[in-house]
Ligand binder design. Sequence first.
Ligand code: ADP
Ligand code: ADP
Length: 230
Amino acid sequence: RTIIQTENMCFTYPDGTSALHNINIAIEEGERVAIVGSNGAGKSTLFAHFNGINQPTSGLIKIDGKPAVYEKKELLQIRQKVGIVFQNPDDQLFAPTVVEDVAFGPMNLGLSEEEVDERVEEALEMVGMSGLEKKAPHHLSGGQKKRVAIAGILAMRPEIMVLDEPTTGLDPKGVEQIMEILYKLSHEDMSIIIASHDVEMVTQFADKIFVLHEGQIIGQGTPEEIFNNY
Ligand code: ADP
Ligand code: ADP
């Protein structure tokens, strides 16, 4: 099952900057995908198309087989399906405690208190943060913050998880903890899409790599295919 597909997708910012040009990609259910490319290549712009924040200027993006529709109800569905974890967890964590932070998303879905509690507990357990519910997010280490941010997205039960530079700034142990979470999710058939500069990590993790350069996909394939050719 193809979960994200684009057809000649282009995106130009209102100031005229052409940020994406003729993007043709397909991402399958349960696949582990990495987008690599230098700063300014268009990774964030592309990610913002995956959850409907950006609308293609021309061309098409299909999410779960259906062309994205930019009406309120459909956008909510897309955002429930596709969870995005930003590069800097401080952009994502704002509640006074870990548990309130992770509960924020599912509460907004209008779920019952029991359902919210259950999801929060499960998400914190998944990321190895059980027992730290009452902590203030700003008192956590960088790696712990990242894991709480991931838990907050997991509690929404998305089918696709998009992570911008998930291991940047972490020590080796922190990197290993994040990777373990991503492998676990991947084995539960979640599609995982990461942006990363970390060639070693990407080589180990990804089934498929897309190389983005100045708004265009200039290479796609397995890590072996990509890194033997560049
Ligand atoms: P990356 O995430 O790979 O660093 P971006 O998607 O942030 O790249 O940026 C792609 C291009 O779009 C860059 O040329 C950048 O300057 C431009 N850009 C990003 N955001 C905006 C914006 N809000 N308005 C105009 N241009 C933008
Ligand atoms: P598959 O691609 O068949 O699903 P796995 O996901 O189990 O296979 O493993 C893919 C690669 O990732 C292998 O090289 C494996 O050693 C490595 N790997 C799997 N789980 C972890 C983990 N928790 N931490 C680090 N590397 C892992």
